[in-house]
Design a protein around this ligand. Sequence first.
Ligand code: PHE
Length: 453
Amino acid sequence: MAASTESRHGMWSSRWLFVLAAAGSAVGLGNIWKFPYITGENGGGAFVLIYLACVAFVGLPIMMAEVLLGREGRQSPINTMRTLAQRYNRNPLWVLIGWMGVLAGFLILSYYVVIAGWALYYVSEMANGAFYQASPETASATFSRFQADPLQMILWQTLFMAATVFIISKGVIKGLERAIRWFMPLLFLLLLLLLGYAFTTESFAEGAQFMFAFNWEDVTSRTVLIAMGQAFFTLSLGMGAIMAYGAYLPASASIGSTVFFIAGLDTLVAVAAGLAIFPIVFANGLEPSQGPGLMFVTLPLAFGQMPLGALFGTLFFVLVSFAAITSAISISEPALAYLVEEYNAKRGRVAISLGVIAWILGIGTVLSFNVWADVHIVGSLTFFDFVDYVSQNVMLPLGGMLISLFAAWGLPRTVIGEQLGIQSGWVNVIWKLLCGVIAPLGVLIVFISTILS
Ligand code: PHE
């Protein structure tokens, strides 16, 4: 059976549109909210370096593998894996990659929407000038007050979920292009502005030092696991999001350079966000390890000090919300595409059911910050911590490892050559080495050392 050249869900009109969509998926809360706060919790420099290594040696090959498999299968990740396993006489159990991805997607979407709701709330706060000349205490208090109020949080979660469902019911291709074309450059611009502000504080050097000074003593196997999980999360890997998008990629586009560009852009945004946030942390005597509230306490402080701060601050949180929605769309796509294929269902209906399930799950995250703050699922992990930990640090790396193994060893050489656009012996060797050995071995070593410690 020959591979098809079209997907029933539609096709990106060009390679460039795929780049926009995949970058929209990759750049999100993971870069601006999560990367700085887990860097802060894990001691800074050592974490950042390991994270960068994970992006380069594990993330890049696995992203290529996802795009390649998606384009070869041209369906939702579940049906892509099923079809490819059949077509090339592999074990039908490979389809489990797709199922695990759908499950991980639900878990991630459930809390992602809650945090994106926080960003929406900050749009309104900023627009009201709530942080004008605010002190660190006021900024912290505003955030704590918001967190203590589950109803308020649910309201913003609901708004964000409704917006996500609305967009995905229209189809990923329409709508995405216009949004991303505008917001990406703007987001960059505002990050640069914040970076400029951070540079003017007397603590810029301290912030940069915190991010880049490498200390071996800070490294534990847990640090490495979290850095790897973050690499997967921020690049949207391991759950089929990029595979789903790859299914809509025209056959002629080059996978290697495309993936390189997306990962580079994603890394740049994360590093810029860290460099903007940590100097503000130190200049105001705040704690880098304060957790999920980090961005919501530091950046309002910066905007509160700037001329036209309310305007820039509002715009910034609008952009963060946009960045989050283009990611949320891609988190939903694997499940959505599967249900549409399987039941011939209307996208709109499927989108609503999916949104409702993730919304209900998300209530657990909302309560983790107030009513259930002292309820621990395992160890000291709240419901949110637990869902986040399992999806990001276990399911995504595991999924990614299996994806890369299949892409390297499960496909015939000619198919790999065709997809990568180069038919020569050495390409196949490099591919097998990178994608079939180095990337999965990296994940395996981190898993084993975490379990042993
Ligand atoms: N990469 C997104 C971010 O950094 C999150 C994401 C995870 C998107 C998994 C898709 C799949 O915010």
